[in-house]
Design a protein around this ligand. Structure first.
Ligand code: SF4
Ligand code: SF4
Length: 397
């Protein structure tokens, strides 16, 4: 297959973050210092070279940007201040736009106004839908239970608690299925570009199953982060990831158990899980916000608008969720209802935009990249063994 060169590629990439690609003189320090660059996947110097040469197809098929966890050690040691860590981040944004065939990821990354417009329209649509179709009940007394807490499922006029929770649950599942379908279709494109389109590669069928644990393990533990020198970075990501995964599972899968009329005591498992998730998310957000504003840590020195959108949306969702909880415990009916509406009006657009089209997609792409890289390594090992076996009798005969 001939190698195509896109001379304008460097300019195209500037829309995704880093805007200067010529400082690097290829000393190789970055690759040597990188704790994650190994097992046949060497970065970041190789990717910088590919950008400078305009090898767009090669980069489209590259898994390396996902194998980099932005620990920043390469940028700290670069003698030319080329900031290869930010280069890898820029490539992750670019690749996200290449996997998404709807074009929305590219639109959001390259023209943020559109992202604000879509988020704003979805916010308004949810607020209006609640106020028109699910308005607050007029009889407030009925919505406070014996323990003094607001019966959140009985807030809405004209329908009973069971039907209200059914409507929210239906909306949750619809949203989760749409997000999953979009994400899966992106991952299929990623698989095609990075594995199937590579000439001569034959993945042993059994390895799809034997290597599948990589996916679950790396998603659940974020263990690659732990290879970076800065262990706090790993702990922060682990708290964040477990926090929002717990919240997502609670509100989508276990909503009827979670959003109930009774106010459970603080030690009940639902509340404890909710408190853990809230703590994890807030801890991460606080540290990251301070460091992004300080601009001292190389990992958080450069902020793309998509980084701030992610932080602000997640913070607003978490704060509105905390307020719903406080107002509910205090028996403040109207405050609980209106904050609940605002909470959903932030949460839903954030998940619909950020998970398939922006920064949250990294949560899925990273473990899949590790899985695909492992499949390629196994295929290479099998090929090597086969050619060795063919060679040995040939030499012996
Ligand atoms: S990015 Fe910096 S450290 Fe890496 S090869 Fe280029 S000049 Fe050397
Ligand atoms: S940021 Fe860290 S993981 Fe990424 S290339 Fe640099 S040293 Fe390696």
């Amino acid at each position: 297959m001939s190698t195509r060169i896109n001379p304008d590629f460097k300019n195209e990439l500037t829309h995704f973050g880093k805007d200067e690609w010529n400082e690097c003189y290829h000393c190789g320090n970055c690759t040597a210092i990188c704790p994650l660059s190994k097992d046949g996947f060497l970065f970041p110097r190789k990717d910088l070279r590919a950008i400078q040469m305009g090898l767009q197809d090669k980069l489209d098929a590259s898994l390396e940007p996902w194998l980099c966890y932005y620990c920043g050690e390469c940028s700290e040691t670069c003698p030319r201040d080329a900031n290869p860590a930010e280069l890898m981040m820029t490539l992750r944004r670019y690749l996200t736009s290449r996997y998404d065939k709807s074009g929305l990821a590219k639109l959001f990354y390259t023209n943020h106004i559109w992202e604000y417009v879509v988020l704003g329209l979805m916010f308004l649509a949810i607020v209006v839908a609640f106020l028109v179709f699910l308005p607050l009940k007029t009889d407030a007394a009925l919505m406070v239970n014996e323990s003094g807490g607001v019966m959140i499922n009985s807030l809405v006029e004209g329908i009973n608690a069971e039907r209200f929770i059914g409507i929210i649950e239906y909306g949750d599942w619809t949203m989760a299925i749409v997000i999953a379908l979009l994400l899966v279709s992106n991952i299929v494109v990623m698989f095609y570009k990075s594995v199937l389109s590579e000439n001569g590669i034959r993945i042993p069928f059994s390895s799809y199953f034997t290597e599948a644990w990589q996916l679950v393990w790396n998603f659940a533990t974020q263990s690659r982060f732990s290879k970076c020198d800065d262990k706090q970075y790993w702990i922060g990501h682990l708290l964040l990831m477990t926090g929002y995964t717990i919240m997502f599972i609670l509100v989508v899968v276990f909503l009827p158990l979670f959003q109930i009329e009774t106010v459970e005591p603080w030690w009940h498992w639902q509340r404890l899980l909710g408190y853990y998730a809230t703590f994890g998310i807030l801890f991460f957000l606080t540290i990251v916000t301070i460091k992004r504003l300080q601009k001292r840590d190389v990992k958080l020195k450069y902020s793309h608008p998509s980084d701030w959108i992610f932080i602000v949306m997640l913070a607003l969702t978490t704060i509105s969720g905390i307020l719903v909880h406080i107002f509910r415990l205090q028996g403040m009916v109207a405050a609980t209802y209106y904050t609940y509406v605002i909470h959903l009006a932030i949460l839903v657009p954030m998940l619909m935009v950020e998970v398939p089209f922006s920064k949250w997609s990294h949560l899925a792409y990273r473990p899949f990249a590790i899985y695909f890289a492992r499949l390629k390594t196994v295929a290479a090992e099998v090929e090597k063994e086969k050619s060795h076996k063919e060679l040995v009798p040939a030499v012996g005969s």
